[in-house]
Design a protein around this ligand. Structure first.
Ligand SMILES: [Zn+2]
Ligand SMILES: [Zn+2]
Length: 163
């Protein structure tokens, strides 16, 4: 018997609680996400499964990711690329923000106690009980800036009416 990770055991338990079969395919998909520190697209997950000699269709991957997200073992992100990305929800830094490069798609994670403080202050002020939050900062990463990439500004060139 191959040793399985704690996340893997939790996923098995979740499937059993939901009265869903623990299949080899579901386990293989979960393992790809659990064993990566990256923010994977479905394409990337499919590629990794194939290199591990697993032939699993996209529909099964989508359905399994849906289960993983509902179990909260995996977190789904939409970084505005037109597709979703998935990351292991029980990483060592469960609460982190993302810097997303609009040119190369690089995702940099960061942690900040100041953000936690601001969150506590604002929610307290409004008598709001927070469960989770998201912090995504979009722009250009350092290598892209150094390569001379400029992002177009799609806003008004001048906010003053001229006609
Ligand atoms: Zn970049
Ligand atoms: Zn992340």
């Amino acid at each position: 018997m191959v040793e399985v990770s704690p996340s893997h055991r939790l996923f098995r338990r979740y499937l059993k609680e939901q009265r869903l079969p623990v299949t080899h395919q579901r386990e293989a998909i979960a393992e790809v996400v659990f064993s990566s520190a990256e923010h994977l697209s479905v394409e990337e997950i499919e590629r990794r499964l194939r290199s591990g000699r697993n032939r699993i269709g996209k529909a099964t991957i989508y359905r399994t990711l849906d289960l993983l997200v509902r179990s909260r073992l995996v977190v789904e992100h939409d970084f505005g690329e037109g597709f979703k990305r998935y990351e292991h929800g029980l990483t060592q830094e469960p609460v982190h923000g993302h810097l997303i490069c609009l040119e190369c798609g690089r995702v940099i994670e960061f942690q900040s106690w100041e953000v936690q403080e601001v969150k506590a202050r604002i929610t307290q002020k409004h008598g709001f009980r927070p469960t989770r939050h998201k912090l995504e900062i979009y722009g250009l990463c350092q290598p892209c800036q150094e390569a001379g990439v400029e992002l177009p500004d799609d806003g008004l060139s001048c906010p003053i009416e001229t006609v």
